[in-house]
Design a protein around this ligand. Sequence first.
Ligand code: PEP
Ligand code: MG
Length: 312
Amino acid sequence: RDRAAHDAWTGPGRTADGLAVKILANVADAPSAALAAQGPVEGVGLFRTELCFLNQTAEPSVEEQAGIYERVLGAFGAGQHVVVRTLDAGSDKPVAFATLPGEENPALGVRGLRLSFGNPGLMDRQLDAVAMAATATGTETWVMAPMVATVAEAADFGAKVRARGMKAGVMVEVPSAALLAHRMLEEVDFLSIGTNDLTQYTMAADRMASQLAHLTDAWQPAVLQLIAITAEAGRRAGKPVGVCGEAAADPLLACVLVGMGITSLSMAAAAAPPVGARLAAVTSEQCEDAAEAALAATDPASGRAAVLELLG
Ligand code: PEP
Ligand code: MG
C-alpha cells in the first residue's frame, strides 16, 4: 500500500481533510536545487548556503555570491518560495573566510549568526547578494538566520532582511529561541525549527555521537514540548512555523508536527513522497491526537508506538 501511495503522491502537501501543509526541499547548491525542482515539492525550506563555500579560501564578492544564489533561486518559479539560510559556518563546518579556528567547544561557540558579531560586514554582504539574486530571478525569497539565541538577535537580523525587501525569519535551534518564540515572532515573519540542533541542545547530546543516538532523537518528549511551544506561538501570531530538520522526513513524526500546528515540512527531496503520502492518508484531527499522544509519552519508543496505534 505504502509503495503505491509514494509513487502516486504528486503534491501539493495536504491532509485527507484538506489542511494544506507545504512540503519543501532542503538543498545545498544549484544541482541539488535543479533536482528538487523536478519533483513535487512546493519550493525550498532550507538552502544551506555555507555548503557552497566549503572549498573557498577567500570570501566571494557580492556579485559572485549573487550568481551562485541566482542559480538556486532560478530553479523555482511561480507559487513556490525559497528559504535561504545565511552562513552556518563554525569550526565543525569550517568556511575558511568566516570561521574562527581552534575553538574548544565548537557546537557552543561562534557559529551561525554569531559569526556576524565580530564581522557584521560578512552578513551584510551576503544579504545584499541574496537580495540581488531575488530581484534578478523574481523568485519569492525568504531569509533566515541559524543559531539565534536571543530576541535582540532576531530584531537585528529581521531589520536587516526587511530593509532589503525580503521576508525575515529565524531558526529555532536553541531552547532559548523556542521558549521565547512568541517574542521572536514580534521581530520576524516566520520561524523554522532545526530539529537536529534543537535536539542536540535540549538533550545536551552531540548530534554526531552515535552512542548517544537514543538521546538525539526528536521523538524525545522534551524536544516535542519545545516544538509544540514554538508551533503554538506561530498559531497565535498567525505566522508560518516550519520544521527543516531530520524530524520532518519521518512520515509518522511529520503527522505529529502537523498536529501541533507546524505549517511546512522541509526535507531531502527524496524523502518528500513518503511524507506527502502519509499526510494525505490522515486527517488533521488524527494528527492532533497523535501530537497529544507523543507529548504524553515518557520516551521515544512508547511515543512512536502510541502514534502508530492511532494512525495505523
Ligand atoms: C538543524 O539543525 O536541524 C538544521 C536543519 O540545520 P543543520 O542540520 O544544517 O545544522
Ligand atoms: Mg542546525
